[in-house]
Design a protein around this ligand. Structure first.
Ligand code: AMP
Ligand code: MG
Length: 410
């Protein structure tokens, strides 16, 4: 689809519309296969199978009250004028069973959660019974089934518990555990490699030195990848060395690679040509500001995202494209993970038709103030901002006072 020719130092000849790249990314981001994991570790994961309950919960009739288990029919006719007496022949607590069958005029004291014995079909609340020696006095009739949780009351054997595709909540995995499922199938998380390139880069933790700068992209992308359901497999720091990059790109086993830096049209930007040579470069250069030098391709079925080295561009391109790819591969929704707020614009924003601007916004007195729309290298603009907005591809921006939707970073 792209030209095999060298476009370095010639600029982008043609840009792929953002919508086109987005649908390409979506098309290629198929759901990953499943893996078995411990139920205990499955909260937040996507269920990859339909689950039928292998058992009843509870698997016995249980008392819902602390009180006395008895045969309801034997209480019929009881009133305060005509109290009926039941002999207390035992006691049962949860985890134990009363051995034996209650006779019609017998009862046992029973605690919440304990199994209701044979011969009983109701529980009289402790506060409604009068204990006299080894007997209780019953002053009113108890209907059959009163305060008894029937077998399967919570969950019935073979009922559908959870459907495929479910984002598992803590209570979901608790339900799965309660029917005895130790392991379940969930969608595998995409494995992500970061390929951080640039001769000028020092690793995070090192001291900035001379004309060298610290790689901040990997620090930013690491938690974002985790947020979006990916697993960071490796972080490679590689100089702008064609051979080293080629070796890495052809050998990666990650599902998705984020290459940052070296993805534009500079003399040391080897990324796009390497993807083109080793696989398929599906897009390179988009009308998004900042983030124009974004590209996307495939090498041996692995998704390769070419992200600009400039940190703000890297952030916006990651959030717009990579995030969605990871979410879709992992079975999650690819909705924006930010709260949105409608605000009036304090100043106008102009944007070229055909271009999307990633505008950093500060919020004050319910108005949106523009911090920056360009400034690809000014990472602190994103820490000063409360959020961002995206201009529409087919509009010239927004007028002062117009209501806009701002995505909040927090
Ligand atoms: P490039 O995309 O390689 O043309 O780089 C564009 C700008 O981003 C240059 O000023 C780089 O020094 C800077 N840059 C590249 N990679 C990183 C990184 N990992 N962290 C911070 N800045 C970077
Ligand atoms: Mg560079």
């Amino acid at each position: 689809m792209m030209q095999k020719s060298d476009i370095r130092m010639r600029g982008f000849l043609k840009r792929t519309p953002v919508k086109t790249l987005l649908s390409l990314v979506r098309n290629k981001s198929n759901l990953l296969p499943s893996e078995d994991i411990l139920t205990l570790e499955a909260s937040g994961r996507i269920l990859a199978e339909e689950i039928l309950s292998p058992s009843n919960v509870p698997d016995f009739d249980r008392s819902a009250m602390d009180g006395y288990a008895l045969n309801a029919e034997s209480t019929f006719g009881a009133t305060s004028y005509n109290p009926l007496m039941f002999k207390v022949v035992g006691q049962v607590t949860p985890g134990n069973r009363f051995i034996g069958i209650l006779k019609p005029d017998e009862t046992i004291s029973i605690m919440t959660g304990a199994p209701v014995p044979s011969g009983a079909n109701a529980v009289l609340m402790a506060e409604n019974a009068e204990l006299l020696n080894n007997h209780i006095q019953v002053l009113e009739a108890v209907p059959p089934g009163k305060h008894v949780g029937k077998i399967g009351e919570d969950i019935k054997k073979n009922q559908i518990l959870l459907r495929q595709g479910r984002l598992l909540r803590p209570q979901d995995i608790a339900v799965l555990a309660s029917v005895g499922l130790k392991k379940i199938k969930v969608v595998r998380k995409p494995k992500v490699d970061l390929l951080i390139t640039g001769n000028e880069l020092l690793k995070p933790g090192e001291k900035p030195f001379g004309v060298q700068i610290i790689d901040s992209n990997s620090v930013m992308l690491t938690p974002l990848i985790e947020r979006d359901g990916g697993v960071l497999a490796n972080v490679h720091h590689i100089p702008d060395d064609r051979d080293l990059l080629q070796k890495y790109l052809s050998e990666t086993v990650a599902d998705l690679v984020c290459m940052t830096g070296g993805t534009s049209v500079g003399i040391e930007d080897h990324g796009p040509m390497l993807v083109d040579e080793l696989g398929e470069l599906l897009a390179h250069g988009i009308p998004m500001r900042p983030a124009a030098p974004t590209g996307f391709g495939l090498i041996n079925g692995k998704k390769i995202f070419l992200l600009p080295g400039n940190p703000v561009s890297c952030l916006s391109a990651y959030d717009y494209f990579v995030r969605r790819s990871l979410s879709l591969m992992g079975g999650y929704s690819d909705e924006w993970p930010y709260f949105k707020k409608k605000l009036k614009l304090a100043t106008k924003i102009s944007s070229e038709i055909g271009r999307i601007e990633y505008v950093r916004i500060r919020i004050e007195k319910d108005h949106a103030f523009v911090i920056a729309s360009g400034g690809a290298s000014i990472l602190s603009s994103t820490t000063q901002a409360d959020g961002f907005l995206l201009t529409e591809e087919d509009s010239e921006g927004f007028a002062e006072g117009e209501e806009v939707e701002v995505f909040l970073y927090d």
